[in-house]
Design a protein around this ligand. Structure first.
Ligand SMILES: [Zn+2]
Ligand SMILES: [Zn+2]
Length: 577
């Protein structure tokens, strides 16, 4: 399928036009087309053959011609012309947080900066100073932005890692030689970003498994093909390692390869104190130079002989070390929240703003997941780029929801909004309108550069507004694209607790905000949470598992999460102020 290639070219054309200060509508039409083509379920060549290109949303005459040109010649002349004017590597420069198209163009024309390395050099050497609108603070931000982008290039988000691993696991599972197969490493711990994927297989016949692995269709290069370990690079340049271990020591190997490194160090220390030894082959009793195997088959057995309860993979980090390994007494492990505890999604979009599905489609998809409710929280008026809902359209939206709700017995659609918090902490709808929603989520989508005091005051004010129930993606981070804004999270937690406002754990894989460190911190500070997907399509509802993973990594229990409540309990909780 050429869908992704064409989408990518349109995306780049949009960016290049943006750098040229072209008409906003023209720029946006390329971005929109790129998104729609990337989301097509059908092969674009089939669509073209059936003469249905114009039926793709956002594809007018001009774009249709460009698609046809690409399918016929493998090129788009207009794109080639653009890249002759502006080097493509500038697109990476533009992707750096706090740079953007205007500055990228400025650096290119004044300093001949063509790529990230060039920009870094210019920034360090002080060449940027003196250019229009560039202060010392800007340079600091650019340098930290370069770091964010480089990290993003080196690590993939949890969503991508899960997809890649699941596809490989599904194929290998079909082999009769494979007994158990589990992705280990940071993916099993559900870390926000993952560098490479480690898969562990339990089999008596490693060679067959190895051969099948290196011949999978997604393999681009084979970096290693051994008897029990192989390593490949996928076509998307993701490294995947596969290890086959003996069934009798699968648990010990899984424990070892799940990590984290620090967690393993801690386990070894505990073992030594007990006159034992732990490694990837098992837990052993050590007596002089004699060793006796105590446990290896399952992780649970390995923990048990070390006198530890089963520690869920998400907790195997430094974070809760003082609870996992107290100086005296037993490890204290809370009963962590589970995906099955979630009773509804309180932050999804519909086509009233920038969502791709109707309210009805979103509701039906949530019902199919067994939820009791969903809150349709479209963007507010000011966020025009995302089709913010005007006060007039709100009436229509509300009627539509009331109509649908009449048909449902054990399910309810909540009339919600994701309302813009402006630079001063004021909200985009007036108090009267806000009072009409079932649920209000306050969100920051602009002015990310505010200094800490201003940003904190802004969020606290919104948090304390009597109508606001949830603060969306509380730090504004975009993994690999935008660093979090500067906010006093402790103050926000305390204000939220006092105002009965919940902090969102946004499950969208490029956000994961609050991240697990912040969740752990916020929980200690007494905050309560709402785990939402921020879905813009029914397919995104699946992301809930990532948000729940962040909560688990942050030691959160069911009772600390708003959307584990039944509808009645939820109403009681949010009207209590
Ligand atoms: Zn948002
Ligand atoms: Zn949203």
């Amino acid at each position: 399928m050429k869908n992704q290639v064409i989408a990518e070219i349109f995306q780049r054309m949009g960016a290049l036009l943006e750098m040229k200060d072209e008409n906003v509508f023209r720029i946006r039409s390329y971005y929109k087309a790129a998104e729609n083509i990337a989301n097509l379920a059908e092969d674009i060549e089939t669509i073209r053959r059936d003469k249905r290109l114009s039926e793709i949303p956002g594809i007018g005459k001009t774009l249709e011609e460009k698609i046809t040109e690409f399918l016929d010649t493998g090129k788009i002349a207009a794109y080639d012309n653009l890249t002759q004017e502006i080097p493509e590597s500038l697109l990476q420069v533009m992707a750096i947080p706090s740079v953007g198209p205007k500055k990228a163009k400025l650096f290119f024309t004044k300093l001949k900066v063509k790529d990230i390395d060039g920009l870094e050099k210019a920034a360090i050497q002080g060449q940027l100073l003196g250019l229009e609108g560039i202060r010392e603070k800007t340079i600091e931000k650019i340098l930290s932005g370069i770091k964010v982008v480089r990290q993003g290039n080196a690590r993939m988000n949890l969503g991508t890692a899960t997809d890649v691993a699941q596809a490989i696991v599904a194929q290998l599972k079909k082999l009769p030689q494979v007994k158990q197969i589990i992705p280990a490493g940071s993916l099993r711990r559900s870390k926000e970003t993952v560098r490479d994927i480690d898969i562990l297989v339990d089999s008596h016949d490693p060679q067959k498994v190895m051969d099948a692995f290196v011949h999978l269709p997604q393999v681009k290069t084979i970096n290693g093909h051994g008897a029990t370990k192989s390593s490949i690079l996928t076509k998307d340049n993701i490294q995947v390692d596969l290890r086959v271990v003996e069934p009798k020591s699968f648990g010990a190997a899984l424990l070892y390869f799940t990590g984290s490194t620090n967690f393993n160090v801690k386990l070894r220390q505990i073992a030594i104190r007990k006159g034992m030894k732990v490694n990837e082959y098992g837990v052993f009793a050590v007596n002089g130079d004699k060793e006796k195997l105590l446990a290896a088959k399952t992780e649970k057995e390995c923990f048990a002989v070390l006198d530890l309860p089963f520690i869920p993979p998400e907790l195997r980090e430094d974070m809760g070390e003082r609870f996992l390994f107290p100086d005296n007494g037993q490890a204290r492990i809370p009963k962590l929240i589970e995906l099955a505890d979630i009773k509804g999604d309180l932050h999804v979009h519909s086509n009233y703003s920038d969502g791709q599905n109707t309210i009805y489609e979103m509701a039906e998809a949530c019902r199919a997941k067994g939820y009791e409710y969903v809150a349709i929280c479209d963007h507010s008026y000011k966020l025009r780029v995302a089709g913010g809902v005007s006060p007039e359209n709100l009436k229509k939206k509300r009627k539509e929801i009331e109509y649908l709700n009449k048909k449902y017995k054990n399910f309810r659609i909540l009339f919600g909004t994701e309302v813009e918090i402006d630079m001063n902490g004021n909200l985009d709808y007036n108090e009267k309108i806000l009072g009409e929603f079932d649920i209000v989520i306050g969100a920051v989508h602009s002015g990310f550069d505010q200094p800490r005091e201003k940003m904190t005051a802004r969020l606290l004010k919104a948090c304390r507004n009597q109508h606001v129930n949830i603060i969306a993606h509380p730090t504004g981070v975009h993994l690999g694209k935008r660093a979090p804004y500067d906010v006093d999270l402790k103050a926000l937690c305390h204000a939220a607790q006092e105002a009965n406002t919940f902090l969102e754990i946004n499950s969208f894989p490029i956000r994961l905000d609050l991240n697990s460190n912040n969740v752990f911190f916020a929980k200690q500070e007494g905050a309560h949470f709402s785990i939402n997907t921020d879905s813009h399509h029914t397919d995104h509802l699946e992301y809930m598992k990532f948000g729940v993973a962040m909560a688990r990594r942050g030691w959160v229990e069911k009772k600390q999460v708003l959307n584990t409540l039944s509808l009645d309990e939820l109403y009681k909780k949010i009207n209590k102020r």
